[in-house]
Ligand binder design. Structure first.
Ligand code: LRH
Ligand code: MN
Length: 435
């Protein structure tokens, strides 16, 4: 019978005690899946080791309750500052074993002492992935407004301010051990004629080159495209083509970041991934899911087959020995769920999609593709996607000191309640805005 006492979900003994009652069933399921996969010529332990090595970065802005332009309904025990955000991220990593780093957003996560922040993270057992700049909001006391853009604004003073902010993000990231800057700007136009489409792109390239010049050796600039919002007619970096052109113009440290929610419905995102891999410019992902727009829903919650097909392209490239090190990051907004639970579920969905992609019989698929055997070729993918890899995922988590049932153990731990007591809610109830 699962342990029912509450405890610290980051505590190894608490996790082990929570796993104990579930271990025998996991062993039986793992053995059964192992013999099934062996009949398919697949070594289950090899897949489990690879699943255990998979890591995805957490969005610091994702551990607080998100909102829409209509409303935000804060949940209990919200993190009130970046230190508390890291504590929640550490819970997710301890229970899943798959989220060792956090992607910060500046100035949302600005603090007095980044040395203290780094020490806090080290104590919690987490590190830092890409830092995100923010020139899509005006901060209190800011000299120049970003109302009509930032890096592509017609006024040099505004562009200079935006460049300076990005260079400051690189400096802060350097203090924390980050090795990448994610550059997403909302610059664009709401009406035809409002902006000169070519000159705006030229201003982008000029400003981005000034940021690129500030990149330390070994750093990457991750250019994030987005079809629309906040601009509703034209966005300067609107699609993967604009992003790729910019990366190629800037230099070898510039790459393209694919946020799954930044495309028109039905766009073939795995095809975009294949093209960016071909161009040698696939720098990373913001994983989430969506049904209509940039909904920032939990990864794999709407279209898990699409997520599988994206990882199928990544695993296929690795099989073809294409050098590839994309930064895997989540970028979600949790409006109606406990953010810790959603981020754990999403980290597990990514690990699942990738583990399933590892089950594809690639030599057989290649032969079917060469033979134009469309039916058996697509069946080869479906067979992998429809394999229940849950025992592999659980065993991979345990091998990382994680939980067999992260969501169950998290709920039994009473962590959210503990946070609600320790973090009295800021006054002011539901406000608009995503974070
Ligand atoms: C833009 C975006 C970007 C972040 C923001 C929080 O929609 O995906 O990656 O800066 O969300
Ligand atoms: Mn994003």
């Amino acid at each position: 019978m699962a342990q029912d006492r509450s405890g610290d979900p980051r505590d190894a003994d608490y996790i082990a005690a929570g796993n104990a009652p579930l271990a025998a069933a996991l062993d039986a399921d793992y053995q059964a899946l192992g013999s099934q996969l062996a009949r398919r010529g697949i070594d289950i332990d090899a897949v489990t080791r690879s699943a255990a090595d998979f890591a995805v970065a957490l969005p610091s802005w994702g551990v607080g309750t998100g909102g829409t332009r209509f409303a935000r309904f804060p949940g209990p025990g919200e993190p009130r500052n970046v230190f508390e955000k890291l504590e929640d991220c550490a819970v997710i990593h301890r229970l899943t074993g798959a989220t060792p780093t956090v992607s910060l957003h500046l100035p949302w996560d600005a603090c007095e002492d980044y040395g203290a922040l780094k020490a806090h993270a080290t104590r919690l057992g987490v590190g830092f992935d890409a830092v995100n700049s923010n020139t899509f909001q005006d901060q209190r006391g800011q000299r120049e407004s970003y109302k009509f853009g930032s890096l592509t604004h017609t006024a040099a003073a505004v562009r200079a301010q935006a460049v300076e902010h990005n260079l400051e993000c690189i400096r802060i990231g350097g203090l924390l051990g980050s090795k990448a800057l994610t550059l997403w700007i909302g610059d664009g136009a709401n009406f035809p004629g409002q902006q000169h489409l070519a000159r705006a792109f030229e201003r982008y390239l000029d400003s981005a080159a000034r940021i690129y010049a500030g990149l330390p050796a070994g750093w990457r600039l991750l250019i994030e495209h987005k079809m629309y919002e906040p601009a509703f007619y034209a966005t300067v970096i609107q699609d993967w083509g604009s992003s790729l052109m910019a990366a190629q113009a800037l230099g070898p440290q510039a790459f393209c970041l694919v946020d799954l929610g930044h495309h028109a419905p039905n766009v073939n995102i795995e095809m975009i991934v294949a093209r960016l891999i071909h161009a040698g410019r696939l720098g990373g992902f913001h994983f989430n899911d969506s049904k209509y727009g940039d909904d920032d829903l939990d990864a794999g919650s709407i279209d898990p087959y699409r997520l599988f097909l994206v990882f199928n392209e990544l695993v296929d490239a690795a099989w073809r020995q294409v050098p590839l090190q994309p930064a895997h990051m989540l970028d979600q907004s949790h409006n109606v769920t406990d953010p810790v639970e959603s981020l754990m579920a999403s980290a597990m969905e990514l690990t699942r999609a990738r583990a399933q992609a590892l089950l594809v019989d690639r030599p057989a698929l290649a032969a079917l593709q060469e033979a134009n055997d469309a039916l058996l070729a697509t069946q080869a993918l479906k067979r992998a996607f429809t394999t229940d890899v849950a025992p592999i995922l659980a065993r991979a988590r345990v091998s990382r000191g994680g939980a067999i049932d992260p969501l169950g153990l998290y709920r039994r731990s009473g962590y959210r309640g503990t946070c609600a007591a320790a973090r009295p809610a800021a006054a002011g109830g539901s406000s608009s805005g995503i974070v």
